[in-house]
Write a protein that binds this ligand. Structure first.
Ligand code: NAD
Length: 313
């Protein structure tokens, strides 16, 4: 496993992070036993970063049970606040309660990273004036160690970071913007590095678009993107390659991105994703050619995304 420093936090994290949304059956039903086994196998094989949220079904509870018997220094947990199964609430009162609820479900004394979850659905000014100050209070109390924010539109990150004191936001979590079909996060990296903000990218498989089985029913991408990704996946398969492995290698190969989070819930996926990571340096001419062909198939939809959140954000 490869480890890197996460921005200015001093945390030493595995470049391959465990995305916990599937633990809460967000991508389809999962048995708790298999989910717990996948977390323990990931730790055994060197993954030390785990990301969940109160809105990923019962993922926090499952992760808490899986980590119960593991020494605290062996893992870093990131969870979120502000987004819930019944909607969004970035008020100070709700996020303070939310962190206590997460600590209880995770069975932890402190959370390593707390993200304001999908802030484009709330008022960014409220996040700045109310949510972040409440989280800074929790940091002083020792309930959380670092503060982050997540969301889809890249402009939200700059909006907030331009308006808070340096060092207030330690990390950002961007998703679906550093994959084979969309790598627009690249443009923001110099700004984030300059601010000393750690970079986490999620959904290298574009939330299932870059898999042989295809995305879940709820996937928000327009048909044009879905069709191009399905065409790329079929092309890879015909050439004896797996689109997911290729996509994961692409995301993992940028040294400026500290963590690539992949959603997992079975030991088989843990093994496959670690194998993709281990094979990063090993790439045949054949693979390179197929990668070029895949990029050509995806070229008409390159960096195309979908609307998300409030129109003003
Ligand atoms: P992903 O792109 O990682 O895709 C996950 C899907 O791919 C799941 O169906 C999973 O079972 C499957 N999969 C995993 N490994 C595979 C393999 N080797 N071969 C084939 N299929 C495989 O999408 P994701 O889960 O949405 O993103 C990763 C994680 O990042 C999430 O679990 C979550 O922790 C985080 N995330 C956060 C936000 C946010 O904060 N707004 C948004 C998206 C993701």
């Amino acid at each position: 496993m490869k480890y890197t420093k996460l921005g200015s936090t001093g945390l030493e994290v595995s470049s391959l992070g465990f995305g916990g949304a599937p633990l809460g059956s967000v991508f389809g039903p999962v048995s708790e036993e298999s989910a717990i086994e996948s977390v323990r196998e990931a730790i055994r094989l060197g993954i030390n970063f785990f990301d969940v949220s109160p809105c990923y079904g019962n993922a926090e509870t499952v992760l808490g049970r899986a980590l119960e018997s593991i020494p605290r220094e062996k893992f870093v947990v990131s969870t979120k606040c502000g987004r819930y199964s019944d909607g969004f609430d970035f008020s100070a009162q709700r996020v303070l309660k939310s962190v206590d609820e997460s600590l209880e479900r995770l069975k932890l004394d402190y959370i390593d990273i707390i993200h304001c979850h999908d802030i484009e659905f709330g008022s960014l000014d409220q996040v700045i004036s109310e949510t972040i100050p409440a989280l800074l209070g929790l940091k002083r109390q020792g309930k959380v160690r670092f503060i982050g924010m997540s969301g889809l539109p890249l402009a939200i990150f700059r909006y907030v970071l331009d308006r808070v004191e340096p060092g207030t936001i330690d990390v950002i979590l961007s998703y679906c913007h550093y994959s084979l079909n969309d790598s627009s996060l690249e443009g923001l990296i110099p700004y984030l590095k300059d601010k000393g903000v750690g970079i986490i990218t999620a959904s290298p498989l574009a939330m299932g678009l870059l898999t042989e089985s295809g995305p879940p029913q709820w996937h928000p991408a327009p048909e044009e993107i879905k069709e191009a990704c399905a065409k790329a996946a079929t092309h890879c398969k015909l050439k004896g390659q797996n689109i997911s492995e290729m996509a994961l290698k692409f995301s993992l190969s940028n040294p400026d991105i500290a963590i690539t989070l992949v959603g997992m819930c079975t030991t088989q996926q843990v093994h496959e994703n670690i194998k993709a990571m281990d094979n990063l340096e090993r790439s045949s001419v054949d693979c390179e050619n197929i990668l070029d062909e895949v990029k050509e198939i995806l070229a008409p939809i390159k960096n195309k995304t979908w609307p998300c959140g409030r129109p003003e954000n």
